[in-house]
Design a protein around this ligand. Structure first.
Ligand code: ARG
Length: 460
């Protein structure tokens, strides 16, 4: 196919170079955005008296028919075209003749592609936001069901203090609400900078109306510097870092699910529909989905790094290197969506095993802090109490006891401040109930967290 820019060239582009240069095989997925942007551009050109009403109608009808034909499969992408922008324009000209050649007045592919990616990301982020909310719902439901189920809380993966399962999973809910807000924040900035009308880099001699065009496309403002308009990919880097953080959270949660589903923990059992067997070991039930989510986190980090590295040495304004932005973004968008679509139902269908959690919480002296606090409440300085309880723990380890089974006479030997009420104070239920500080594992705080998530889900 003849290049649109063929005018000054005497030879055709080398075949290998042509393939290398072309982006249609991946940017074709932006066809809807490309057509929507072009329709508004034609409207603006007409409104400003740059093309006639008849030409505008021809262009809009032509573009609409291309969209329809692509959607119905009547038209397929010409993989010899250089990119989606060239494809749509040449198809339009094929269909409506000279009017089609007027569409590219007062714009360039440089501002066109900058617009298309933004519009593409708007739609995708909408979907990702919805998927995050689905995940939040699943976590909220899981937490409401397990408000009273006690498990060991960990630091350094060592049993540390008793918490409820609800409190544990709600920590992830907090992360995903921040992820949602981070997306909105990045999108807001993206909406403020509609690039169309920046043209190649310096603006145009035509009397265009960029504000009108931006508003018609759903933006809240225009990029104020045309060079920045065509060179800016900050929104891609910001959104990729949002995606990387979402993946980091999903990966940490996956890691816990992998641990919890092992025989060593057995806090949960994944549903058969989200586990796989082994080709050789008949007893195996593997948490492949969680492992893959954890694994795919690496590639999304890679997408972010690839984009940042591509951009770091680029002089202003547009450089062809920037064509590389799309594959990184598309891959990250696809990966985040796929992961969320599998992770949420996997979480919603897993069976929680509270008895095993409680059993694990009974070991590991996770009420030792509470025993120290008991002494503190009776007047002993915390550091002294901490040391004394350390000695009691050592005694228990030597004698195969736990804090609950040390007899009172023995406690009295350690310190006369100990009394029979200590047994209630160090029971796991009391330990959790007494964690009344804001944000702690106590019931009121967990209730407040649940309310926060429910409200978050109800808003917008
Ligand atoms: N396919 C190109 C890209 O994705 C479109 C912009 C081309 N601009 C140019 N001046 N060659 O970046």
């Amino acid at each position: 196919m003849d290049k649109m820019w063929a005018g000054r060239f005497q030879k055709a582009l080398d075949k290998e170079a042509d393939d290398f240069n072309s982006s249609i095989h991946f940017d074709c997925r932006m066809y809807k955005q490309d057509i929507a942007g072009s329709i508004v551009h034609a409207e603006m050109l007409c409104k400003q008296g740059i093309i006639t009403a008849k030409e505008k109608l021809q262009i809009i009808n032509g573009l609409s028919s291309i969209l329809e034909d692509l959607q119905n499969g009547v038209l397929s992408f010409d993989m010899d075209a250089e990119d989606i922008h060239m494809f749509v324009e040449s198809e339009l000209t094929k269909r409506i003749g000279d009017a089609g050649k007027k569409l590219h007045t007062a714009r360039s592919r440089n501002d066109q592609v900058a617009l298309d990616i933004r519009m593409y990301l708007m739609a995708e982020c909408d979907e990702i936001g919805g998927l995050l909310k689905e995940l939040l719902k699943a976590i909220r439901d899981l937490a409401s069901e397990h408000k009273n189920d006690i498990m060991p809380g960990y630091t350094h993966l060592q049993r540390a203090q008793p918490i409820t399962f609800a409190h544990h999973v709600l920590a992830y809910a907090m992360m995903f609400t921040r992820d949602f807000k981070r997306l909105i924040d990045a999108l807001d900035r993206m909406y403020e900078n509609c690039p169309i009308g920046s043209c190649a880099l310096a603006g145009t001699t035509y009397n265009t109306d960029r504000e009108w065009e931006a508003e018609s496309l759903g933006f809240s403002g225009i990029s104020l510097n045309s060079i920045d308009g065509v060179s800016d990919r900050d929104f891609c880097a910001e959104l990729l870092s949002c995606f990387a953080i979402i993946m980091m959270h999903l990966s940490r949660f996956s890691e816990e699910i992998i641990l919890w589903s092992s025989w060593e923990f057995k806090f949960i059992e994944l549903d058969d529909s989200y586990t796989t067997g082994s080709s050789i070991m008949p007893q195996k039930k593997n948490p492949d989905m969680a492992e893959l989510v954890r694994g795919k986190t690496g590639r999304v980090y890679g997408d972010l790094m690839a984009l940042l590295t591509t951009l770091k040495g680029l002089p202003l304004a547009y450089n062809k290197d920037m064509q590389e932005d799309k594959e990184a973004i598309f891959d990250a968008v696809d990966t985040v969506k796929k992961c969320l679509k599998v992770f949420t139902p996997m979480l919603a269908t897993m069976r929680v095993l509270p008895d095993n959690m409680r059993k694990a919480a009974g070991k590991g002296f996770i009420n030792a802090t509470d025993l120290a606090d008991y002494l503190v409440k009776k007047g002993m300085p915390f550091r002294t109490a901490y040391k004394k309880v350390g000695e009691i723990v050592a005694y228990c380890i030597d004698n195969g006891l736990i804090l609950e089974t040390v007899p009172m006479e023995k406690y009295k030997e350690f310190d006369p401040l100990f009394d029979n009420d200590l047994y209630n104070e160090i029971s796991l239920d009391t330990c959790v109930e007494k964690r009344i500080s804001a944000g702690g594992t106590g019931a009121a705080s967990v209730e407040k967290q649940l309310e926060y998530i429910t409200e978050f889900l109800a808003n917008d």
